[in-house]
Design a protein around this ligand. Sequence first.
Ligand code: ZN
Length: 359
Amino acid sequence: MKVITLTFLILLTACASVKAVVILQYHHISDTTPAITSLSPKLFEQHLAYLQTNNFTVLSIEQLLSGLQDKKPFPNKSVVITFDDGYRSIYDTAFPLLKRYNYPFTVFVQTAPLEKGLRQFMNWQELEELIANGGAIGNHSVNHDHLIPKSDSYSKKRLERHVKFEISEAQKALSGNLSKVVNVFAYPYGEFSQLTKKVVKRLGYVAMGQHSGAASWQSDLQALPRFPMGGRYGKMDDFSLKVNSLAFLDVQTRLLDQRRDIGISHLLPSLQKRPRLQIEFLKQGVGRSALVNGIRCYASDGSELVKAIESDNKIIFSMKNDVIEGRSRFNCTAPSAQKNRFFWLSQPLISVDSNGGYY
Ligand SMILES: [Zn+2]
């Protein structure tokens, strides 16, 4: 009887619909483009084969949006495939494979290179062909500028104007040349600030970064996480770990000052070399103490953060080394009750560079 109940429970968990989905971010699918943003065609095909063999559901961007916005359950093991920039290898190499697997996908296009007719990017006809065959097109700005303040002292008005221009002009170009465009924005370099998010929201866009983790009903719709695939990421063991990841639910994260317990922005003030991460579990539940005990966090240099359990639902993580210059993140994972599936969250960080600015 016990065995039957247990089997039933496992089956129920495996089949259940869920509140989260994994979003993948690719750039080039090619062996000859810059390694840091490229994934080999062979590996890309292995990713697609893995998704098929392991019964993943590949969702369109529309299905993702309606799930997140209307809180509709996703099938267990749901994935969304996205590409940034609009490079030629998406059309030449990824597209035929995606068609063969019949998987929907989204390309976030920066429009200036298309207007200039640059050959390393797809052209309007090719994008239209993607739309006719399971592809969706989203906004990735006109010029691929950094859309965060240049430094602490950068004027808010100027940033606001800049963000508005980049998004609205890109959308104009996209909708003027294509039959269908989605109101989703991918931040250039995955960078955003509180103000950037606010402007994006006011303009009516959902937006994606490139900090890792599964996206859920509780995610910030103007800062959806994506797992970058390319460069050192995307080998099969890394891919299977990430694509199987689960979202931490009912969790609140907050960055704390080095010394005093005040919340700070992920655009770190210049004196903040070792921000601390506070994670608070908001709901009582059977799994909570396992999560509190099991969670581990790492900085981008690979060093593990020092964990201090403050109470039965609050943990503070501190850095052993100073934060690296520019963009980085804290990655936190915890084992789940499902085999080979880990909860995953990521906190983006942007620290000032040697010129005293954010880029
Ligand atoms: Zn980009």
